[in-house]
Write a protein that binds this ligand. Structure first.
Ligand code: NAP
Length: 281
C-alpha cells in the first residue's frame, strides 16, 4: 500500500505558519494585500476567487476583488493593471483565467509588475526559474515540490516524468525538477509510446486533464505518483488524471484527488503574496 500524500493536511499546516508570519509582519507595519481581477462571469472562476478570498481572510491577508464585465475593453483591463501596479498597498496581483476571448491574456499577464506577479506567469519570473534565480514560481508546481520535500522524496538523481507541458503546470514543474537535479522527461499529446517512458519514472506527475489516464501498466513499482489533474465526471465527482484504485497498490507514495495537490496550490499563492509584501516593503 502506498503512502497517501495528504495535501489538505499539509496545506493546513503551511497556512497556520503563514498566519503567524502575517501577524509578525503587521507588528512592523507590513499589511500583505492581494488584488484579484476577474473579467466576465465564469462559474468555476467565481468558486476559485471565493476560495482565495476565504483563505486570505483566514491568514490575515487583505483582499480586494475587481469584477469587470464581459465586454471590458483591452485598454480598461490594462489601465486597471497599471493602477494596481502603482498602488503601494497592493503586493500581489492575480488575473483569474479564463478571460473573454476578445482580450489577450498573455498581454495582460505581461502587463503585471513582475514584483507583484504572485502567479509566477510573467516572462521575467519564468526566465528567472529557467536560469535558477529567485523569483515567483507558479503555485501548483511549487506546491508539488513542497509536497515532495515534506514527504522526504528524494529528487536528486531520480528519473522524473511529467505528463503535460502547459505554461502554468507542466513546463514550470519540469524546470523545478530539473533545478532539483532530477533527470526530467516531459510527455505531451504528441508523445509516442508514453507508457514506455512513464514506466521509467521514479517520480511520475500527471498534469494533462484526462480522467484515469495513468493506469497500472504505466507505473514502475515503488514510484511516487503525483496527480495534478482536476476533472469533473458526468456525475459531478472530482477525479484526477490517475486511476487511483489501480495505481495505488504499485506506488510508494501517491496524491489523492481531491485533497492532494489542489489545496497546496492556494497555500503557495498565499506564500507568494507574503513574499511580495516583504520584498516590496
Ligand atoms: P492544459 O493547459 O490543457 O495542458 C494539458 C497538457 O497535457 C498539454 O501539454 C497537452 O499536450 C497534454 N496532453 C493532453 N492530452 C494528452 C495525452 N493524451 N497524452 C499526453 N499528454 C496530453 O492543462 P493544465 O492547465 O496544465 O492542467 C492540467 C490538469 O491539471 C487539468 O486537469 C487541470 O484542471 C489541473 N490543474 C490542477 C491544478 C491544481 O491546483 N491541482 C492547477 C492547475 C491545473 P499538448 O501540449 O501537446 O497539447
Amino acid at each position: 500500500m502506498a503512502i497517501l500524500m495528504n495535501g489538505k493536511e499539509l496545506a493546513m499546516k503551511i497556512r497556520a505558519g503563514l498566519k503567524e508570519e502575517v501577524e509578525q509582519l503587521k507588528q512592523v507595519n507590513i499589511f500583505p494585500k492581494l488584488a484579484v481581477i476577474m473579467v466576465g462571469n465564469d462559474k468555476a472562476s467565481e468558486v476559485y476567487v471565493r476560495n482565495k478570498s476565504k483563505t486570505c481572510n483566514e491568514i490575515g491577508i487583505a483582499f480586494e476583488e475587481f469584477l469587470l464585465p464581459e465586454e471590458t475593453k483591452r485598454e480598461e483591463l490594462l489601465n486597471l493593471i497599471q493602477t494596481l501596479n502603482k498602488r503601494d498597498d497592493i503586493h500581489g496581483i492575480l488575473l483569474q483565467s479564463p478571460i473573454p476571448k476578445h482580450l489577450d491574456i498573455r498581454e495582460a499577464f505581461n502587463a503585471i509588475d513582475y514584483r507583484k506577479d504572485v502567479d509566477g506567469f510573467h516572462p521575467i519570473n519564468v526566465g528567472k526559474l529557467a536560469i535558477g534565480e529567485e523569483g515567483f514560481v507558479s503555485c501548483t508546481p511549487a506546491g508539488v515540490m513542497r509536497m515532495l520535500q515534506e514527504y522526504g522524496i528524494e529528487v536528486q538523481g531520480k528519473r522524473a516524468v511529467v505528463i503535460g507541458r502547459s505554461n502554468i503546470v507542466g513546463k514550470p514543474l519540469a524546470q523545478l525538477l530539473l533545478n532539483a537535479n532530477a533527470t526530467v522527461t516531459v510527455c505531451h499529446s504528441k508523445t509516442q509510446n508514453i507508457a514506455e517512458i512513464t514506466k521509467q519514472a521514479d517520480i511520475l506527475v500527471a498534469a494533462l486533464g484526462k480522467p484515469k489516464f495513468v493506469t497500472a501498466d504505466m507505473v514502475k513499482k515503488g514510484a511516487t505518483v503525483i496527480d495534478v489533474g482536476i476533472n469533473r465526471t458526468e456525475e459531478g465527482k472530482l477525479v484526477g488524471d490517475v486511476d487511483f484504485t489501480e495505481v495505488e497498490p504499485i506506488a510508494s507514495h501517491i496524491t489523492p484527488v481531491p485533497g492532494g495537490v489542489g489545496p497546496m496550490t492556494i497555500a503557495m499563492l498565499m506564500q507568494n503574496v507574503i513574499k511580495a509584501a516583504k520584498e516590496l516593503n
